[in-house]
Design a protein around this ligand. Structure first.
Ligand code: GRG
Length: 299
């Protein structure tokens, strides 16, 4: 199967599982919160992070249901972050995944609570014995996701991003500042998705570290590709407004060093990601293709 077909097939499985877990979470009644959560999680999206969980878990022959649960939990965190990022007090976006953002389709307080509910649902999923029978494995997953999503991970990256945009701090961001911010905002959750498979599979420390390193470089590549899409992409294909970074004077690798050098950094990060997988040999072929996909994506 071609890589893109494989990614799409995995996305359908994640969506089916998201539907089941949303209903199981006690929100089976069709109230507006359930509806907002469904709007946030079921409206498309590449499902790239859950794909990484499933493919990294496949390296260690992890049970399918466990991998699917952990993958879905990480997608819930990703979807929550998008809902909150789109809020008027943050990035103030009207369109996400080609449809109205949650605060636009519902209202602001519903969007805040919808994000909160998705974030907590993620940890509820990871804490269930069905996700992993071994309590130490569950605790390890919870710890890894909390660190990646929280104060020293994605939330910190988002904070630095907003501080830069709204308060002009730092006044003259360097490439190092931008890379640090992006590694936290985008890279931490991607690295966690790659590491999750190793945690589920009881991998050796060296294998787990390799997947983390892969995730780190993949996260950088994914973000540079995002910046390039913002600079060059078509809103209709990307599924959100493009050209925003330049309009807002936002510091990204593209705005700091230009398109050509950003492309060179993207190639570099992709190569580093692929090299990180060498100890898995031919078993990592899909993860290698995932790195190439992240670099060349058009949405
Ligand atoms: C609100 C704590 C908090 C964090 C928000 C994810 C995020 C942090 C902000 C989104 C803004 C953004 C453009 C980030 C850069 C890269 C990124 C995460 C893009 C969106 O992820 P994709 O491309 O989206 O995987 P889909 O829709 O395919 O899931």
């Amino acid at each position: 199967m071609e890589f893109v077909q494989r990614l799409e097939a995995s996305a359908r499985r994640i969506e089916d599982h998201l539907r089941v877990l949303l209903d199981e979470s006690g929100a089976a009644t069709e109230d507006r919160l359930h509806s907002a959560m469904s709007h946030a999680v079921l409206a498309g999206g590449k499902r790239f992070r859950p794909f990484l969980v499933i493919e990294s878990a496949a390296l260690f022959e992890v049970d399918e249901r466990s991998a699917l649960d952990a993958a879905t939990a990480i997608e819930c965190v990703h979807c929550y972050s998008l809902v909150h990022d789109d809020l008027p007090c943050m990035d103030d976006d009207d369109v996400r995944r080609g449809q109205a953002t949650v605060h636009r389709a519902y209202n602001e307080w519903t969007a805040v609570l919808c994000g909160d509910a998705l974030l907590t649902l993620a940890f509820e999923i990871l804490a269930r014995p069905t996700t992993a029978p071994d309590a130490d494995v569950r605790a390890d997953l919870v710890l890894a996701l909390a660190k990646a999503a929280g104060r020293c991970g994605m939330v910190n990256g988002q904070f630095l991003d907003l501080e830069a945009e709204k308060l002009g701090k730092p006044a003259h961001p360097t490439i190092g500042d931008v890379r640090h911010l992006q590694a936290l905002k985008t890279g931490a959750l991607i690295a966690c998705a790659c590491e999750a498979g190793a945690i589920l599979g009881g991998a050796k420390a060296i294998e787990r570290a390799a997947l983390r390193r892969y995730g780190y470089h993949l996260g950088l590549a994914f973000q540079i590709a995002d910046d390039l899409l913002d600079a060059e992409g078509d809103t209709k294909i990307v599924g959100k407004l493009t050209g925003k970074d330049d309009a807002r004077g936002k510091a990204t690798l593209v705005t700091l060093v230009g398109i050509d050098d950003a492309r060179a950094s993207l190639e570099n990060a992709t190569r580093e990601a692929i090299e990180s997988l060498h100890l898995f040999g031919g078993r990592a072929v899909t993860l290698i293709e995932a790195a190439r996909f992240a670099a060349r994506r058009t949405c």
